[in-house]
Ligand binder design. Structure first.
Ligand SMILES: NC(=O)c1ccc[n+]([C@@H]2O[C@H](COP(=O)([O-])OP(=O)(O)OC[C@H]3O[C@@H](n4cnc5c(N)ncnc54)[C@H](O)[C@@H]3O)[C@@H](O)[C@H]2O)c1
Length: 321
């Protein structure tokens, strides 16, 4: 493969991590960010920078990488597609069914792929769980629980509804992606409830008002499996847990200690082997993305069509964003 050239839109926290990993994967990265300090940071990290989105889109890129605040994902992705670029976007791809449809249409029209950085697909403990699910270790799977939590509070926009913040977009979408990846597309999906708990967030010693939900719960049917997904921005430490209940017993996987367990209906529990436990998740994700550009095979990645299938099914409570 020739040295890939990535056009990075947004070089904040995640953008800087993408930049570092793309460099490790021998890709060249050119960055646009509206924040001059973040551009200087990108230059210090060895990236080229440009002064406008149009300038970046006009380059002969291998792909565009959208690491903007969530409310800008749809417009950034469509602009990149219309400029003829493949896209990887940070999660979530967009905020509504209308945006998901627009991205899917633009992707077809441009004949370019859109993939979304759902990083948990590259977490070794979840990959172990998925191998066991695919291998039918648990028998007929009927029910699963996916739980994700984080502290939140890192950037004010993540707690503002108008900017695409809140537990649904920040965390629940990860859980719904895990359900799609493990069990297949949803045929039913309801946002069962969402609750705001904290009216303000302390970010670097400054109090910022919060108008988003801090907890969100969804129920859905993914393939043949009934799924409860629980997400929050209140957990003291990053928390990630999946339980899969089948006719033969329970599989469970846990992010806090990177383990996966098999508990049969009767008999002792056993650990499921976690392969390559020290794999850096983001590097593995971006490596897979670069491979897909080479082969055209997006297997294993979340695509625009996966987001569309979630958005088509998702019923929100009256009055919810
Ligand atoms: N996969 C994960 O685990 C994970 C983790 C954190 C964040 N994210 C996602 O990554 C995205 C970015 O989050 P973040 O934490 O890096 O946010 P951030 O606020 O740290 O970074 C956003 C960057 O975009 C820049 N920006 C804002 N508007 C712009 C515009 N119009 N044009 C160009 N640049 C612009 C900002 O200056 C900033 O540098 C979010 O959608 C978030 O949900 C994903």
């Amino acid at each position: 493969m020739n040295e890939p050239h990535i056009g990075l839109f947004g070089c904040g926290r995640m953008g800087m991590r993408h930049l570092t990993e793309f460099h490790r994967l021998d890709a060249q990265v050119t960055v646009f960010d509206t924040d001059a300090a973040n551009l200087r940071e990108a230059e210090r990290a060895g990236a080229r920078t440009v002064r406008s989105a149009a300038e970046l889109l006009a380059l002969p890129l291998t792909a565009a990488d959208v690491c903007l605040p969530t409310r800008h994902h749809a417009a950034g992705t469509v602009a990149a597609l219309e400029a003829g670029h493949h896209v990887i976007s940070e999660k979530p791809l967009c905020l509504s069914l209308a945006e998901a449809q627009q991205i899917s249409d633009a992707s077809r029209a441009a004949r370019r792929t859109v993939q979304v950085g759902y990083i948990f697909r590259f977490a070794p403990y979840l990959r172990a769980l998925r191998r066991a699910v695919v291998g039918a270790v648990a028998g007929d799977i009927r029910y699963a629980v996916v739980r994700l939590g984080a502290q939140g509070s890192r950037a004010p926009w993540k707690h503002r509804a108008a900017e695409g913040g809140g537990a649904v977009h920040e965390m629940l979408m990860h859980a719904l992606d895990q359900a799609v990846w493990l069990f297949g597309e949803p045929t039913e999906l309801q946002l069962a409830g969402q609750w705001a708990v904290l009216a303000e967030r302390n970010i670097d010693g400054v109090l910022h008002p919060s108008d988003t939900e801090d907890i969100a719960i969804a129920r859905g049917r993914f393939g043949a499996v009934e799924v409860i997904a629980y997400a929050d921005l209140l957990s003291a430490v990053p928390t990630a847990h999946v339980e899969v209940h089948g006719s033969h017993g329970m599989l469970s996987a846990r992010g806090t200690d990177n383990t996966c367990w098999w508990q049969p209906n009767s008999g002792p529990a056993a650990q499921v082997e976690v392969e390559d436990p020290d794999t850096p998740w983001l590097r593995a994700e971006l490596h897979r993305f670069l491979e897909t550009l080479h082969t055209g095979d997006t297997t294993g990645m979340h695509t625009a069509e996966d987001t569309l299938s979630i958005m088509r099914c998702l019923q929100r409570p009256r009055g919810a964003a």
